[in-house]
Write a protein that binds this ligand. Structure first.
Ligand SMILES: Cc1ncc(COP(=O)(O)O)c(C=O)c1O
Length: 425
């Protein structure tokens, strides 16, 4: 057993205290009830999660019973639709501990939420010669918007390096902030490749002491663990519904109220205005100032139902389950010859385990696994610079959510042994 797998064994959290039974939870997800030749071993929840009945039912009920546009109609079903949409915002605000639902802006996904900050905050508040600090483990969604902004505003991009154990070299952060030119630091909370859980509250202390702002890409944390924006003390936070048992097409940006108030709109159009003249307009209040055009109403309602579902399970319990399964997976994967896992031990990661298997390309690994009904992600997982840093062009990744089972990990391990035989030279 390799060193990191040994550490994982010692630190594997107990599943005995779980408040829910993942096997029972699984029954509430229609995709697992659908008949198929081989049982589905869905190990790609970091890419997108499956959806439980209550989410699908809430969306269907909206379309079947009170489909109408929001914030406009003065009739019963339009008022019901508006109330359901705004109720979803309240649930999301509660989930992440925002002071007010006004601090939650609905977007299309995390990517759009991060672009919103780059455009609306960055264009207004950055000047030539300023800097933005990112990390080497970012998803492209938290890199490319800043690259575009950096080119436009002649702003420097700086990076917190990733260490050999797949964690942030945080001792470099004070130095990166020392000249006072860095105005914003944007960091992923849980890496979608390494699973690393970054210490956001600690980062926030250093960032704020230097007078900068902190944005957090919480795409892999809000869906899986307790997150409180006040405890983390972040200024912006982006997350995405489809990874948290909700539908695609909706995500959210949390922003401190005074910052959102000071920012100009991102997109212009209907709903985001208070008054329009031919040559100028006045903006609506928060959060609607940032919600131009008809929003994804059914999707917001579905997200609200997903939040209810997750809170019903308990976010701490969901995280305990994910981590226990990551620990189990790391123990079992250590049995596969030539397999190298990326990232830290199980007690410092979420429910994500990426690995390489000798010289076999991850796409080939995924193809063999597909024959066994196992779904994993193979490639660079939208983190090309991180893979370059790790010295591997691509990796295979298994990732978990509340419905994931040890049996699925066992099927994965059997499939990996088979892949080795298929590609034996
Ligand atoms: C860490 C991280 N950030 C951002 C994203 C982007 O999410 P979306 O495509 O929903 O905007 C993902 C999705 O894979 C992710 O894992």
């Amino acid at each position: 057993m390799g060193e990191s797998a040994a550490a994982a064994k010692l630190s594997r959290p107990s599943r005995a205290s779980l408040a829910f039974d993942p096997g029972e939870v699984r029954q509430q997800f229609p995709i697992f009830r659908a008949p198929r030749p081989k049982p589905l071993a869905y190990l790609d929840s970091a890419a997108t999660s499956q959806k439980p009945d209550p989410v699908l039912e809430a969306m269907a009920r909206y379309y079947a019973e009170y489909n109408a546009n929001i914030h406009r109609g003065i009739y019963d079903i339009a008022e019901r639709a508006t109330a359901a949409y705004e109720d979803a915002r309240r649930r999301v605000a509660h989930l992440v501990g925002a002071s007010s639902p006004r601090e939650i802006v609905f977007t299309r996904n995390s990517t759009e939420a991060l672009n919103l900050v780059a455009h609306a905050w960055g264009r207004r508040f950055l000047e030539v010669g300023d800097a933005i600090v990112l990390t080497e483990m970012e998803h492209h969604s938290n890199l490319v918007p800043w690259q575009l902004l950096a080119q436009e505003k002649q702003v420097e991009l700086r990076f917190i390096p990733v260490t050999g154990s797949g964690e942030l070299a945080l001792e470099t952060l004070p130095e990166l902030l020392a000249d006072g030119r860095a105005k914003l630091v944007s960091v992923v909370h849980i890496s979608n490749v390494l699973g690393t859980v970054n210490p956001i509250a600690e980062i926030a202390r250093t960032v704020h002491a230097a007078g900068a702002l902190l944005a957090v890409d919480a795409s892999q944390s809000v869906p899986h663990c307790p997150v409180d924006v006040k405890q983390l003390d972040c200024d912006f936070m982006a997350f995405t519904s489809h990874k948290m048992l909700g539908p695609t097409g909706i995500g959210a940006l949390y922003g401190r109220r005074r910052l959102l108030e000071a920012m100009p709109p991102f997109l212009g159009g209907g709903e985001m205005i208070r008054e329009v003249k031919l040559t100028e307009s006045k903006w609506n209040d928060l959060p609607w100032k940032f919600e131009a055009g008809t929003m994804p109403i059914a999707e917001a309602i579905g997200l609200g139902a997903a939040v209810d579902y997750l809170e019903g399970l308990g976010m701490a319990e969901v995280f305990a389950h994910d981590r226990a399964l990551a620990g189990y997976a790391m123990e079992r994967l250590a049995e596969v010859p030539d397999l190298v896992m990326l990232g830290p031990p199980a007690d410092r990661r979420g429910g994500v385990v990426a690995f390489t298997l000798g010289e076999i390309h991850p796409h080939d690994v995924a193809t063999v696994l597909d024959d066994e009904g196992v779904c994993i992600r193979a490639g660079h997982h939208c983190a090309m610079p991180l893979h370059a840093k790790l010295g591997v062009p691509a990796s295979a990744r298994a990732s978990f959510h509340c419905y994931s089972l040890e049996e699925e990990v066992d099927t994965l391990v059997r499939g990996l042994h088979r892949a080795r035989k298929v590609f034996a030279r």
